[in-house]
Design a protein around this ligand. Structure first.
Ligand code: PEP
Ligand code: MN
Length: 251
């Protein structure tokens, strides 16, 4: 389905091919993000992801490297010409994000944070709006409208699974929203099968399913040593898997 195209550097989200955003759950160190960025670039993926402010359920878990991590992401961007995508959790960092980040991610836990949505709505930055764990399509679209109302129509939806009675998977990946969001909003939507399943061995096949139903892109947690990931290791794929996923988007 034809949707608005959002251009980021030379890439188009909503264009003729699904874009792939890949990288670790968290930026872990200078060395590791540069090594992963190199592998992401070589895979043919279009953008680099990595959290520097992590919304962890457990306050005792790693919270991210903060603005120091942003410097590492910027170095990776310069070295490998990869636009960067990272989550904004607090309005106090907005100005720095507007300067430095290519796509600002609003995480699932903040989909209902209306002051944060309004604040990013006053910028022109592309915003990746993740679906709240328990958000209906209507609530999600209304969250996007908080951004649009401020004059920013560069909104990209991201389906990342919802909480259901099922516990085998971390979340239940709801692919029906792909055509629904495209039709209802005319905006692009990408799919995150990493958080959507919580299981590494389901990421590739659910990427294929997302492509089959017309996703405008994929968000993939990938790492050069997935088992050593500081966060979300169970759902983080090897670079070899990422390579196959990228190839799938190109046919
Ligand atoms: C993430 O992308 O690393 C993340 C925290 O995702 P979500 O907000 O969907 O849980
Ligand atoms: Mn994660």
């Amino acid at each position: 389905m034809k949707v608005k195209e959002i251009i980021i550097d030379s890439h188009s989200i909503g264009g003729s091919i699904p874009i792939v955003i890949a990288g670790p759950c968290s930026v872990e160190s200078h060395e590791s993000i540069l090594e992963i960025a190199k592998a992401v670039k070589e895979s043919g993926a279009h953008m680099l992801r990595g959290g520097i402010f992590k919304p962890r359920t457990n306050p005792h878990d790693f919270q991210g490297l903060g603005l120091e991590g942003l410097e590492f992401l910027l170095e990776a961007k310069r070295q490998y010409q990869l636009p960067i995508v990272t989550e904004l959790m607090d309005e106090k960092h907005l100005a720095r994000f507007v300067e430095a980040v290519d796509v600002i991610q609003i995480g699932s836990r903040n989909m209902y944070n209306y002051s944060l949505l309004k604040a990013v709505g006053e910028t022109k930055k592309p915003i990746l709006l993740k679906r709240g764990f328990s958000a209906t399509v209507k609530e999600w679209i209304l969250a996007a409208e908080h951004i649009l109302k401020g004059g920013n129509d560069n909104v990209i939806f991201c389906e990342r699974g919802i909480r259901t009675f099922e516990t085998y998977t971390r979340n239940t990946l709801d692919l029906t929203v792909v055509p629904i969001i495209q039709k209802e909003t005319g905006l692009p939507i990408i799919v995150d099968p990493s958080h959507g399943t919580g299981k590494r061995d389901l990421v590739e096949i659910m990427s294929k399913a997302a492509i089959a139903c017309g996703t405008n892109g994929l968000l993939i947690e990938a790492h050069t040593t997935p088992d050593l990931s500081i966060s979300d290791k169970d759902q983080t794929v090897e670079i070899e898997t990422l390579n196959r996923i990228v190839r799938m988007t190109q046919i």
